[in-house]
Design a protein. Structure first.
Length: 364
C-alpha cells in the first residue's frame, strides 16, 4: 500500500510541476512579464519545453528505479517511505533549480529585445469588483478552531489515560520514534500547534480579502475574472486544508490518548492519504485558475500593468513594493499567493505563527 501511494503522489507532483509554466498567468514566463505579442518567441517556447522535458525525464528514471527496487528487493515499508520522500524532495529541488536557470535566461532575452520598454504605466480602479469577491467568510475558518478547542478540553478530561512518555514524532513505519515527558503542556502541544496553524490560515484568508484586486488596463474583464476566480478557489483550498489538517491532528491526538485505538499500519497510511488529498487539491486549484486564464486571454490585448512591475520582483518569486498596500499578491510561478515582503502585516500573519509553533515544540 505504501509503495502505490508514494508512486501516485510522485506522479501527481510530477504532472503539477510539468504543467507549472502553462498554469501561471499567460503573460508571465518563468517569473518575467512578457508582452503578449512576444509569447510565441521561439526561445521562450524552448525554455518551457526544456523545463518540462527535464522534469519528465527525472521522474521517468526515478519511478523505473523505484518500481524495480520494490519488486526485486522487497524493501521494508519504512525504507520504501523514506526513498519515496527523497524522490519527492529531489523533484521539487530540480524544479526550483530549473526555474531559476530559465528565469535568468528569460529576463536576459527580454532585456536584449527591449520587450515592453515603450509601454505606458496605467493604474485602474474598479469599485464594483469588491461586490463580486467570493472569498469565504471568516466564520467558516473559525469552525475548525472551535473543534480544536474542544480537542484540548477532551485531552484535559482524559489526561489520566495518557502514557508517561508522549509521542512527538512518528516514523515512516507508523511507529513513534520520539517522545517527551508527560506534562499538562506537552499533553496539549499538538492541538496548540494545530490552533496556531488554523489561526494562520484564518489570517491569510482575511489578508487576501483585504488585498488589492489587480486589474489590467488592456483587458479589464479578463483580469477581473481571473483575480476573482483565483481569490475564490484559493480561499476554498485553504478551508479544505484547515479541515484536513484538523482531522489529521485529531486522529494523532486520539491515537496518543487511546494507545490501542489504531494500529501501526493505519498510523503510517493516514498521513500519506492526507498528503495525497492536499496534492489533489493543489492540482484542482491549478487547473481551475489555469483554465480560466486560457479562456480569458483569447480576448486579451496584453496586460500592461504587469510590465513595469518586474523591478518589484526578486528572482520572480519575492515581491517587494512598499507603495502597494496589498498584503498578498498572485504568484509569478506557482498557483496561489505570495507575500508582499515590504508590508509588515504579512510577517505578522505568517512569521509569528511559525515562531509560536517552534516555541511550543521546544518547550513541550
Amino acid at each position: 500500500m505504501t509503495f502505490f501511494i508514494f508512486v501516485a503522489i510522485i506522479v501527481c507532483l510530477t504532472g503539477l510541476q510539468m504543467a507549472m509554466p502553462y498554469l501561471v498567468k499567460k503573460t508571465i514566463v518563468f517569473g518575467v512579464a512578457i508582452p503578449e505579442e512576444y509569447l510565441s518567441d521561439a526561445k521562450l517556447l524552448t525554455y518551457k519545453k526544456r523545463y518540462t522535458s527535464a522534469i519528465f525525464a527525472f521522474t521517468f528514471v526515478a519511478i523505473i528505479a523505484y518500481v524495480s527496487w520494490f519488486y526485486w528487493k522487497a524493501p521494508a515499508e519504512e525504507l520504501l517511505a523514506l526513498v519515496g520522500m527523497f524522490i519527492q524532495f529531489a523533484l521539487i529541488f530540480l524544479s526550483i533549480t530549473l526555474y531559476f536557470v530559465f528565469h535568468v535566461q528569460t529576463k536576459k532575452r527580454k532585456l536584449e529585445k527591449g520587450w515592453g520598454s515603450d509601454f505606458k504605466q496605467v493604474k485602474v480602479t474598479d469599485l464594483s469588483v469588491r461586490g463580486d469577491d467570493a472569498v469565504l467568510p471568516w466564520y467558516l475558518f473559525a469552525l475548525p478552531m472551535i473543534v480544536t478547542v474542544g480537542m484540548i478540553a477532551y485531552t484535559g478530561f482524559q489526561y489520566h489515560l495518557l502514557p508517561d512518555q508522549i509521542p512527538t514524532h512518528w516514523g515512516a513505519n507508523g511507529k513513534p520514534d520520539a517522545f517527551t515527558d508527560k506534562t499538562p503542556f506537552s499533553a496539549i502541544s499538538l492541538p496548540l500547534i494545530l490552533l496556531v496553524l488554523q489561526a494562520m490560515l484564518f489570517g491569510i484568508n482575511e489578508g487576501n480579502r483585504n488585498s488589492g484586486i489587480k486589474l489590467s488596463p488592456s483587458s479589464l474583464e479578463a483580469s477581473r475574472s481571473r483575480q476573482l476566480t483565483l481569490r475564490k478557489n484559493t480561499s476554498i483550498f485553504m478551508l479544505m486544508t484547515s479541515v484536513s489538517v484538523t482531522i489529521l491532528m485529531a486522529f494523532l491526538q486520539l491515537a496518543t490518548i487511546h494507545m490501542n485505538l489504531v494500529g501501526d499500519l493505519l498510523m503510517m497510511i493516514v498521513p500519506m492519504i492526507f498528503l495525497f488529498i492536499i496534492l489533489v487539491g493543489v492540482i484542482i486549484l491549478a487547473l481551475k485558475v489555469g483554465k480560466s486564464d486560457q479562456q480569458l486571454d483569447e480576448n486579451s490585448g496584453g496586460e500592461m500593468a504587469d510590465y513595469e512591475q518586474d523591478a518589484y520582483w526578486k528572482g520572480g518569486l519575492f515581491y517587494f513594493n512598499k507603495n502597494d498596500p496589498s498584503i498578498f499578491v498572485e504568484k509569478r510561478f506557482g498557483v496561489g499567493w505570495t507575500l508582499n515582503f515590504a508590508n509588515p502585516i504579512g510577517y505578522l500573519i505568517c512569521l509569528v505563527p511559525i515562531i509560536l509553533i517552534l516555541l511550543i515544540a521546544i518547550f513541550s
